[in-house]
Design a protein around this ligand. Structure first.
Ligand SMILES: Nc1ccn([C@@H]2O[C@H](COP(=O)(O)O)[C@@H](O)[C@H]2O)c(=O)n1
Ligand SMILES: C[C@@]1(CO)OP(=O)(O)OP(=O)(O)OC[C@H]1O
Length: 167
C-alpha cells in the first residue's frame, strides 16, 4: 500500500433470529432487564431471546458460527445462565478476530406486555456489554398484530442485525 492508497475499513454485517416460548413459572428477561409479566421465556439459559439474536448477529458478522455452537444447550454450565455473560464472551471472540462493533439494531416481536418503557434500560445493558455508547444500539418492539403463535402470545421472537468493522 502506498501513502496515496486510501485506507478502507473492512465492514461485515450479520443477522440473528431467536424465538422462545412464553410459559408460566419463568421470569421474562429481555436485554438483561426483568420485565414484570405473568409468563416468562422458556430455555436452557435465562432464555433472553433479544440477547441471543444479537449474539448470533454479531457472531454471524464475524463468521464465528452461532450461539448454540459456542454455548450448547446440552452443557450444564449454561443452565439458567445470564445471557449477558454469553454476549460478553461472544464479544471477546469477535474482538480476538480483530473486529470492532459498529452498531446493532433489533426488533422484538412481542404481542404483550408493552416493552417501550423498558427499552432504554435494555439499550444501556447491551451498550455496556458491547463496550459502545448507547447511540450504537437501537431496539424496537412490535406486536404481531394478533396473528399466529406470536400474536397469540405463545412466545417472543427477535430479529437482529449487527455491523462490525476492522479499522
Ligand atoms: N410489545 C410491544 C409492542 C409494541 N410496542 C410499541 O407499540 C408500537 C405499535 O406496535 P404495533 O405492533 O401495533 O405496530 C410499537 O412501535 C412500539 O413502540 C411496545 O412498546 N411493546
Ligand atoms: C443459550 C443456550 C445455552 O444455554 O440455550 P437456550 O437458553 O435454550 O437458548 P437458544 O436460543 O436456544 O440457544 C443457545 C443455547 O445453546
Amino acid at each position: 500500500m502506498t501513502s496515496s492508497t486510501p485506507h478502507i475499513p473492512q465492514f461485515r454485517i450479520g443477522q440473528g433470529y431467536d424465538v422462545h416460548a412464553l410459559v408460566e413459572g419463568r421470569k421474562l428477561i429481555l436485554g438483561g432487564v426483568h420485565v414484570p409479566n405473568e409468563k416468562g421465556l422458556l430455555g436452557h439459559s435465562d432464555a433472553d431471546a433479544l440477547l441471543h439474536a444479537l449474539t448470533d448477529a454479531l457472531l454471524g458478522a464475524a463468521g464465528l458460527n452461532d450461539i448454540g455452537q459456542l454455548f450448547p444447550d446440552t452443557d450444564p454450565q449454561f443452565k439458567d445462565m445470564d445471557s449477558r455473560i454469553l454476549l460478553r464472551a461472544a464479544l471477546q471472540k469477535i474482538q480476538a478476530a480483530g473486529f470492532h462493533v459498529g452498531n446493532v439494531d433489533a426488533t422484538i416481536i412481542c404481542q404483550k406486555p408493552k416493552l417501550a418503557t423498558f427499552l432504554p434500560e435494555m439499550v444501556r445493558n447491551i451498550a455496556a456489554d458491547l463496550l459502545v455508547t448507547p447511540s450504537h444500539v437501537n431496539l424496537k418492539a412490535k406486536t404481531n398484530e394478533s396473528l399466529g403463535h406470536l400474536g397469540r402470545g405463545e412466545g417472543i421472537a427477535v430479529h437482529a442485525v449487527a455491523l462490525l468493522y476492522k479499522a
